[in-house]
Ligand binder design. Structure first.
Ligand code: ZN
Length: 434
């Protein structure tokens, strides 16, 4: 058992887990022969199984340290004292001896992480590490998104609001980005927002940007180095879809529409707002009701049996939703660009960023993260789109080693990570492997 005091030497959750996984790896190599060939713990990456065991080991030792009294009560089968901070949570122990939120939410088809999140003491250093980890995963967004990501990962922080709040207050990147931490506010609801419809049936559209990208000179002159993004936001599920366009032209815009329809299926109505960025964009795109270019777009839309509605001018209450969405997207992107070297921003990197922005936005909780142990689930647009719940499913049963899966590729990725090349993409993928 590792003493939880030692965890305070770590400033990152991922390094803590890797370090403990290495310990487990070494400890095991004494008792049983290691499967496959082991080149020593400092070269061999811990397996998925070892990482999972490390997480269990870390959380168990923290819980044993902070909740010794409660664990004694549970072992004896006696009720918790009402002075305990876990009293309301009706904790139970899982097969790994981890304390989880109890309650009677044994819904079919959901795994333990969703219905019974793991309890983490809010004052412990581990809680700080977890908040940092998931705050970075949602690209330094506010308390609401951070809290949602932690819950989606299957953790229940005791005193989450205070813990997250104080950490965000001290976050250097957040301060760099916007001076003070942001809080989300609800926008007014247009009529379509209240209708029950499949995702992306009623869609709001807006254009934002531009960004300068690095582009090579081509033979016939040089390529346009500015890029814009078209954001489609679903009125009912509040999910978003972003397409990058190479020019503010009708053909680029129609291409974006075609890509959107191809991926998300046909929409019934597209709505644009006069009070947003679309005014400027529509002038450049010549999206006037009477202009020939708009008729081109309308002709295409009519083949998809879709209509385009312009919000009346001065009806800014209807466009609140758009402004808000674009605001979130820009903040997430700002954080990504802050980490990225400006001179490396190519079209490909920008489109990758946009996909990541979409993923973070669609993972945001639609309703406040509940502090009711009877309903620990969070609801996100991504769940409505994919019908999958937040946390990743458990790995398939059986023993899979890197040795038998993709040894050569893995070595290449590792050598790239260590040599620091391709920082922007490989290091990100590298962390997601761990
Ligand atoms: Zn931050």
């Amino acid at each position: 058992m590792v003493h939880p005091q030692r965890f305070e030497r770590f400033s990152k959750f991922s390094t803590l887990v890797t370090a403990v996984a290495h310990l487990i790896h070494v400890a095991h190599s004494f008792t049983r022969p290691v499967q496959g060939e082991c080149q020593g713990w400092h070269i061999c990456r811990p397996t998925e199984e070892e990482l999972a065991r490390a997480k269990v080991c870390i959380i168990r030792s923290v819980q044993n340290h902070c909740y010794a009294e409660e664990l004694k009560c549970i072992a004896k089968g006696s009720p918790l004292p009402s002075s305990s901070s876990l009293w309301k949570l009706h904790p139970l122990q899982d097969p790994d001896q981890l304390l989880r939120v109890g309650g009677c939410t044994a819904q079919a088809g959901l795994n333990m992480n969703e219905t019974h999140p793991i309890i983490i003491p809010g004052q412990h250093h581990l809680a700080t590490l977890l908040v940092c980890h998931y705050h970075e995963a949602v690209k330094h967004q506010g308390r609401h998104l951070t809290e949602g990501a932690i819950r989606a990962a299957g953790f229940w922080l005791v005193g989450a609001k205070r813990c997250i709040g104080s950490l965000l207050y001290r976050c250097v990147t957040c301060r760099k980005l916007r001076g003070k931490t942001e809080h989300q506010q609800m926008a007014d609801l247009p009529a379509e927002r209240l209708q029950v419809a499949p995702p992306f049936t009623y869609v709001g559209v807006d254009v934002f940007g531009p960004w300068e990208v690095v582009s090579r000179r081509t033979r016939g002159g040089h390529a346009n180095s500015k890029r814009w993004a078209v954001m489609f936001s679903c009125m009912s599920s509040r999910a978003v879809h972003i397409e990058v366009i190479e020019a503010m032209s009708t053909s680029s815009f129609i291409n974006a529409l075609i890509r959107f329809f191809a991926i998300r299926g046909p929409a019934k109505q597209i709505r644009s707002d006069c009070g947003t960025n679309f005014v400027g964009a529509s002038r450049e795109l010549e999206m006037d009701k009477t202009s020939p270019t708009f008729q081109k777009v309308e002709k295409y839309l009519s083949t998809q049996s879709c209509t385009w509605v312009f919000n009346p001018p001065h009806a800014s209450h209807m466009g609140g939703a758009w402004e808000h969405m674009i605001g979130i997207a820009c903040r997430i992107l700002d954080c990504m660009l802050l980490e990225e070297n400006k001179s490396c921003l190519t079209h490909e990197v920008l489109t990758t960023f946009m996909s990541e922005v979409t993923a973070v936005m669609n993972a945001r909780p639609l309703i406040p993260v509940s502090s009711d142990p009877e309903s620990p689930l969070i609801l996100t647009p991504a769940m409505l789109l994919t019908l999958k719940t937040g946390s990743t499913p458990p790995p398939p049963p059986g023993h899979f080693d890197e040795a038998d899966l993709f040894k050569e590729e893995w070595k290449q990725v590792q050598s790239l990570v260590t040599s620091g090349k391709e920082r922007s993409l490989v290091s990100k993928k590298g962390t997601s492997f761990s």
